[in-house]
Design a protein around this ligand. Structure first.
Ligand code: AMP
Ligand code: ZN
Length: 107
């Protein structure tokens, strides 16, 4: 499968890693749209967040916990966690991922 986020998980292409758990990794979005823009990604391939929720809910909880922890570390506390789901909603990478964005970085 030719999936860019699977390749990042496997270490085959570089990313600016921000954190990691048993089930998830986090890295900086390559094209940030807010002062804080981090992607939180399950290590196993799922097409979108709905697929992840139905097939591996523990991994979804883990992803939200990692994202929240990173948001607390890198923002002043207010952040968005969003999941584009489907082409018309703006999804361009079909490996589930949450966008952690914040307009108020910590420093
Ligand atoms: P979405 O449009 O919700 O599917 O989000 C995909 C996100 O992945 C976009 O915000 C891209 O900027 C980001 N992205 C694509 N390729 C990479 C990469 N190699 N490293 C980090 N972020 C990436
Ligand atoms: Zn994948």
């Amino acid at each position: 499968m030719d999936c860019i986020f699977c390749k990042i998980v496997a270490g085959e292409i570089p990313a600016s890693l921000m954190g990691e758990t048993e089930h998830s990794i986090a890295f900086k979005d390559i094209s940030p749209r807010q002062p804080v823009h981090i992607l939180v990604v399950p290590k196993n391939h799922h097409t979108n967040v709905a697929d992840l929720a139905f097939n591996d809910p523990d991994a979804l909880v883990d992803l939200v916990q990692l994202g929240s922890k990173l948001a607390a570390e890198h923002s002043k506390g207010s952040f968005r966690l969003s999941f584009n789901t489907g082409t018309e909603a703006g999804q361009t990478v079909f490996h589930a991922h949450g966008h952690i964005t914040s307009t108020t970085p910590k420093n």
